[in-house]
Design a protein around this ligand. Sequence first.
Ligand SMILES: Nc1ncnc2c1ncn2[C@@H]1O[C@H](COP(=O)(O)OP(=O)(O)OP(=O)(O)O)[C@@H](O)[C@H]1O
Ligand SMILES: [Mg+2]
Length: 453
Amino acid sequence: MPARLHPAPDKALERPRIVRPGDDNFPTTPALRTLLRDRGMIEEPDPPPATIARAGSSPAPSLKGPRFTLGKTPRGTLDVDLSRLIAYKCLIQGSAGAGKSMALRHIIEQAHPHTAIALLDPEAEFANLASHIGAPTIRAADVAADGLAVVALNARRHRLSVHLDLSDLSPDERIVRASAFLNGLLTAPKEHWPHTMLVAIDEAHLIAPHLAASGRDAEIRRLGIATLTELCARGRKRGLGPVIATQRLAKLASSVVSECHNHLLGLNVYDRDVARAGDLLGFPYQKACQLRTLPAGRFFAIGPAFAREAVTVDVAIASTPHVGATPTPMPGARMSDADARDRLDLDRLPAAAASDHRPDRRGRLALSLFLLNDLAPVAGTIVQTLKRISPNATTTTEIAAKLAIEPGIVDQAIDLLIGERMIDALPRNDCRVVRLAAALRTLIADTPIVGLS
Ligand SMILES: Nc1ncnc2c1ncn2[C@@H]1O[C@H](COP(=O)(O)OP(=O)(O)OP(=O)(O)O)[C@@H](O)[C@H]1O
Ligand SMILES: [Mg+2]
């Protein structure tokens, strides 16, 4: 038998040492404590995941991280364990008017004394909440994507709350900038991971739309989904706790839904939504049908931060005014036709419409490439010439003669315009007949529609 170089390890020494409160290396972050306790690596009293305090009885003592009351249940109040909300993420789902934004608002109001908040706000609904919690508002439309990543890194570093207003952006730009910001949060260096941050995202399906629910550019959609999935999957260790709200589970990428272990599920109307929400709650279909009749603000709550079994909760009304509240009906103004025309600026509409033709990002790129082409000036002159005779057609020979441009150059410019689908061309004898393409013709004239008598 070969000589043993090391003594046989003592089995008792192989077990990880249990760390107890008071030890030097006892973790200070609640999220980290939750994780290590779940793995049996620290010894700490384990409070019930959620406390449903019975009416009249004193609330259960807070044995570890901060807790706050979410709202009323049929038997008392539902307290939320903030550490578990951050560690196990939260999905708030319900159809329009279910009370998701109000719930998000209440959660942020209650959580902000205990953790920094990043609030992603696609509808610009939360500016007053941001000033209430002392979070500066950053208008994403005014800052380049790289800049937003820097803002995110600085927020993590200095434990600062931030309100990211994502309104006034095209759907694709909204995804690009939100992703840059979230990636900034995720790439914070390790020493900033203990700086916990609750990342509240309203209308999250706008950032990570499900394939079937989206007509977005595939690559940009993938960026949004990958970023939000990564935030949910890798956020816990980094002290990032996503709390995301969406109208329909079918609209949000499923990889994001499956990462959230806490759920607040409100009013659902469509069969498919009811079935999916019922699945998350562990309800048979019959019981899930209760989701169809929930009033605004009432949710089924389940998950480590709330309760082991689903419980209905009437979420408390937030103290800051809700900007996205449903307006009460207001009668339309009554005035003369002339006054109405004047107020609607109808006589100045054509000018306004012309200034509205601002191409989007992809359109701008195509336009830039077109303008950089050496043939662009000739192509532009040809379009102007065809516009004057539209909807009629002419020949390339005519154009060359009229504009006094070499026929070969005119032909090349015509090829460029055909490639850009700006003109239609037909070969006839030894020249081509050309006119503006249908899309351009409809922009400059109304085509009369006549009956086929
Ligand atoms: N907790 C609540 N208690 C009582 N009423 C509520 C509560 N939450 C919301 N409501 C009512 O429901 C309305 C809509 O709420 P909210 O804007 O939060 O819905 P939402 O689910 O975010 O809708 P959307 O998807 O259209 O944004 C509020 O204006 C308010 O009247
Ligand atoms: Mg809302």
